[in-house]
Every structure is written in structure tokens, then in C-alpha cells.
Design a protein around this ligand. Structure first.
Ligand code: DC
Length: 229
């Protein structure tokens, strides 16, 4: 039987990664954080000395890209570039910028397409990203587009930074979120948009538990999985 695949797309700060990971755990599916793959490619290209905005230079480096793998260690998913654990390095602000540059590069996107699709061929998966329902897995068993107002996403991001002891101005966080939305939506290749058959889930008024319950309910009603809530 064809494995199940659940595509979760949406803007940054919508809670995608956390919710996709929790949903996968609840359903016993594998979780693939596709943003981490773009981040690892950005890290690799910048370390190799390329300007990550230089599409031709980055594309030329792809044939030498080390294998990107996900490993479970002590219940936590780690991201490896070759033999190196880059889980922390890919989350730095610079790495985020390099990731968004390489994600706008058509050569990189087509190079990563097969890798993402192969992952879903042999396992039941929850994959989160920007174009999973529209491009990577157009036949996904369930597609969800997570949204929330920019203000609410900025509040969550701000709370996260405060919890980590990082001082940031709230208005700056909000401006950054709005700018990133604009870049993702206006990107020529694989722009951020819901698939025609995606369920739009607005989490503005939902906390994490409420959002997860809504996802489990969808998995239950649409796919007959998870027992519902
Ligand atoms: O979700 P994230 O912030 O870790 O994603 C990192 C970058 O990769 C971000 O600029 C969006 C981009 N991305 C993408 O274009 N397509 C995906 N499927 C996942 C991420």
C-alpha cells in the first residue's frame, strides 16, 4: 500500500515545525523538516566560499554537496551534513539568510526535489515547508496550510526570543516577519501559497494544544488515523 503523506505548509512563525513534529510523533510517522535541508545547503555553500545569492556559483557546488541526513539521538532529531552535526549551526541568523537565498535558486530547488520525494516514497511522513502540497507532494494524503496573523506570529517569535534570553524589539520582530512573508509570497519559484485542495488552519486564536488537536482531528476525519480528539 502507498504510504501516507501529510503536507504542512505555511509562513514562518505559524508553528509549522513544532506542530508537524508533534503530529508525526502522535501518528508514528517520520517527520521531515524541509526547511532544515535548505538551511544545510545554505551553510554548505557559504562555507564553500560562495555568495549565496550567486545562483550559478551555488548550483555549481551542488554536485559536491555532502549527504544531508536526519538522525534520532536521545529522542531528538539531529541534522547532519556529511559526518557533522549541524543542528545548531543551521539555526543562526546568518544561516537563515543563506537558507532564504539558496531557497530562491531554481537549481537548488530542483536538486532537492527528488531527495524530498524519495523520503515520502517509502515511509508514512509528515513534511513541513512552503511548497510541499503544491510542488513536492501534489498527491499528499492530506494537505494543511497553517496561518496566523503577522502580529500573532510575531508575538510567538518574540516570546521564544525572550525565553532564550535574547533581547529584541517587538516591532523589529514584526517587521522582519512581514518582510519574510513578502519575500516568500513574491518569490518567482515555488512561492508560498496554499494548494487548491489544502485545508486552511488559522491558529491565531489557538494555542499549541488546540492546534495539535485540530490537526489530529483532520488526520482522523480525512485519513481515518489517530483516533480523533
Ligand atoms: O522553515 P525554515 O525557516 O527553516 O526555512 C528555511 C528557508 O527555506 C526559508 O527561507 C524558507 C525556505 N524553504 C522553502 O523555500 N521551501 C521549503 N519547502 C522549506 C523551506
Amino acid at each position: 500500500m502507498k504510504p501516507y503523506s501529510i503536507a504542512i505548509d505555511g509562513p514562518s512563525g505559524s508553528g509549522k515545525s513544532t506542530l508537524a513534529r508533534m503530529l508525526a510523533e502522535q501518528l508514528g510517522f517520520l517527520y521531515l523538516d524541509t526547511g532544515a535541508i535548505y538551511r544545510a545547503v545554505g551553510l554548505y555553500a557559504s562555507r564553500a566560499g560562495a555568495e549565496t545569492t550567486d545562483e550559478a556559483a551555488v548550483t555549481a557546488l551542488l554536485s559536491r554537496l555532502q549527504k544531508i541526513t536526519f538522525r534520532h539521538e536521545d529522542g531528538v532529531q539531529r541534522v547532519y551534513l556529511g559526518d557533522e552535526d549541524v543542528s545548531i549551526a543551521i539555526r543562526s541568523p546568518e544561516a537563515s539568510i543563506h537558507a532564504s537565498h539558496v531557497a530562491a535558486n531554481p537549481g537548488v530547488r530542483s536538486f532537492l526535489l527528488d531527495m524530498q520525494r524519495e523520503f515520502a516514497e517509502n515511509h508514512n511522513v509528515v513534511m513541513d515547508g512552503r511548497d510541499i502540497g503544491t510542488v513536492v507532494l501534489p498527491d499528499a494524503s492530506l494537505k494543511v496550510f497553517l496561518t496566523a496573523t503577522a502580529e500573532r506570529r510575531a508575538e510567538r517569535r518574540y516570546a521564544e526570543l525572550v525565553a532564550r534570553g535574547i533581547e529584541e524589539d517587538f516591532n523589529q520582530v514584526l517587521t522582519d516577519i512581514k518582510e519574510r512573508d513578502q519575500r516568500d509570497i513574491e518569490r518567482a519559484i515555488s512561492p508560498l501559497r496554499p494548494a487548491a485542495d489544502a485545508v486552511i488552519l488559522d491558529t491565531t486564536e489557538l494555542d499549541l494544544t488546540g492546534s495539535l488537536d485540530a490537526l489530529l482531528d483532520l488526520a482522523h476525519t480525512r485519513l481515518g488515523l489517530g483516533g480523533g480528539v
